[in-house]
Design a protein around this ligand. Structure first.
Ligand code: RFL
Ligand code: PHB
Length: 390
């Protein structure tokens, strides 16, 4: 089999890249190890920044997002039992849209299949070959158990943090920079209307808590926990009790409880691969970098990467112009490092570090109060949160 671009991974990065390439008249095949329903049900990101929404609109993928997505013009910062609103739109003229990653993925899969685009789910034993040469190949076993080979001009590694693409690059050709945080998030999805119209990021002495949502009927909530925490120690009542404590404010806050339908623990790390390219293999999204979720940037970075990559591959494959593929990694890494810094700031400002002294804690509270009361500080946070222009 032959394709101009072989794409590993049907997450937001891989699927959107194949759509963008299709619009450029370039044929691509997406190979995905999981089945379609798994990919469409995986609960992950919830926040689309403004540049992501603008791009999805521009490429005809925002019809359902515009109908069902929830536009948000601000969010709350809570600390010391006080609530402070960060008015995103007032400060930046832009906004975010709460629309689940799995909804973005469903829309992308539907668009790819409607256009007759190649997406193969349920493949196994994926291996990359000859990525240094100009005819790289992917071998794999398809869903019916047949051994296959896909010969490409270029391979896009969009297979997430645990995929094979990054691991296929010879040791020594890449540099990885990593920071692991001493906490994790316990995330739950509850069948209950949100308790507040906007997101709430709370710094509490018992740890961070986040109130988010997926729809007018479904709430998404997170609690800071130990990275080694066992999810079975968190029955529903304990989760609600803890959220109640951490989201509390003077004057009262009524948390709406309801059946919890999903529970999971996510470790927090920052991770960057440099460069994001080796020969004819281009890494994009979580395959190349990870941010802690506090800044809501992971999916948005994946989208930004493939926008740059689609243009670069179009120039290469249609005109033999190498300039944009040469600058691909540097162009993406500028945005990646901005998001890394912002995500680090949000994370360190909002979480309680086990074992830190009073000095660190007082600095954290001072930073929160400054952010909540200075227009300059709030604007800096807001412009990063809504997404810097692509
Ligand atoms: P994905 O979504 O991980 O997709 C990679 C796909 O590759 C497949 N795969 C393979 N395919 C072929 N061959 C192989 N050998 C393969 N190995 C793996 C996988 O099955 C998968 O389908 O990566 P992509 O496309 O780069 O997208 C990145 C985003 O998923 C990620 O950054 C976000 O979910 C991060 N994130 C958030 N991002 C935001 O922008 N806003 C948020 O509000 C936000 N909240 C979050 C988050 C991530 C979270 N978790 C669970 C990590 C909240 C959480 C809790
Ligand atoms: C979510 O709704 O899943 C969500 C929202 C904001 C974040 C992270 C996750 O910072």
């Amino acid at each position: 089999m032959r394709a101009q671009v072989g794409i590993l991974g049907a997450g937001p990065a891989g699927l959107l890249l194949s759509h963008l390439l299709h619009l450029e008249g370039i044929d691509a095949v997406v190979l995905e190890t999981r089945d379609r329903s798994h990919v469409e049900r995986r609960v992950r990101a919830g926040v689309c920044e403004q540049p992501t929404v603008d791009l999805l609109r521009e490429v005809g993928l925002a019809e359902r997002l515009d109908r069902e997505g929830l536009p948000h013009h601000g969010f709350s910062l809570r600390f010391d039992r006080e609530d402070h609103r960060i008015p995103l739109t007032e400060l930046t003229g832009r906004s975010i849209t709460v629309y689940g990653q799995q909804e973005v993925v469903k829309d992308l899969v539907a668009a790819r299949l409607a256009a007759g685009g190649g997406v193969e789910f349920g493949v196994a034993d994926v291996a990359l070959h000859d990525v240094d040469g100009d005819r790289p190949r992917i071998t794999y076993v398809d869903a019916s158990g047949e051994q296959r080979e896909l010969v490409c001009d270029v391979i896009a590694g969009c297979d997430g943090f645990h995929g094979v693409s990054r691991a296929s690059i010879p040791a020594g050709a890449l540099r990885t920079i990593e920071h692991v945080y001493p906490f994790a998030w316990l995330g739950v999805l509850a069948k209950t209307p949100p308790s507040h119209e906007e997101l709430i990021y709370a710094n509490h002495e018992r740890g961070f808590a986040l109130h988010s949502m997926r729809s007018p009927e479904v709430t998404r909530l997170y609690l800071q926990v130990d990275p080694a925490e066992d999810v079975s120690l968190w029955p529903d009542e304990r989760i609600w009790e803890e959220l109640d404590l951490r989201l509390a404010v003077d004057g009262g806050f009524a948390l709406r409880e309801g059946p919890i339908v999903e529970k999971g623990i996510t470790p927090m790390r920052s991770f960057v691969t440099e460069p994001m390219r080796h020969g004819r293999l281009f890494l994009a999204g979580d395959a190349a970098h990870i941010v802690p979720p506090t800044g809501a940037k992971g999916m948005n970075l994946a989208v930004a990467d493939v926008r740059v990559l689609s243009r670069a591959l179009s120039a290469l494959l249609k005109r033999g112009d190498e300039a944009l593929v040469e600058s691909y990694s540097d162009t993406c890494l500028q945005r990646v490092w901005r998001a890394e810094h912002f995500s680090y700031l949000m994370t360190t400002m909002l979480h309680r570090q086990p074992g830190v002294d009073d000095f660190q804690h007082r600095l954290q509270l001072s930073q929160l109060r400054y952010t909540a009361t200075s227009t300059a500080a709030a604007t800096s946070l807001a412009e990063n949160y809504v997404g810097l222009p692509l």
